[in-house]
Write a new protein. Structure first.
Length: 106
């Protein structure tokens, strides 16, 4: 239960903190864009089973691959894609943390 709380806490509160700190005048719009990073979880729909609580998403699903992650990081450096890039990287940070907790037996 704690692993789940940490995982989803990062998913929701890391983007919120970034939106409030760096984009305060328009933080709600920015926060919504960051949350669009959840769309990369659509790649779970092609996995069998679709959801497995003991599976690490990183480099298992194609939108969680190392190549995709490097593209998300690069997106941060281009102004037109910066917000979605930050949202995607926040998503990857949450999933990476979940993998680390899973591998530590948490």
């Amino acid at each position: 239960m704690l692993r789940l709380s940490i995982h989803y806490g990062i998913h929701f509160f890391l983007p919120l903190g970034i939106a409030l700190f760096f984009y305060k005048p328009k933080f709600l719009k920015v926060y919504f864009i960051f949350l669009l990073g959840f769309l990369i979880d659509l790649d779970h729909l092609v996995a069998t089973p679709v959801f497995s609580p003991d599976r690490c998403s990183i480099n298992y699903h194609f939108l969680h691959s190392y190549l995709a992650i490097s593209i998300y990081i690069l997106a941060i450096f281009w102004e037109k894609t910066r917000l979605i890039g930050i949202g995607l990287v926040c998503h990857i940070i949450a999933d990476t943390t979940d993998c680390m907790l899973l591998n530590s037996g948490f």
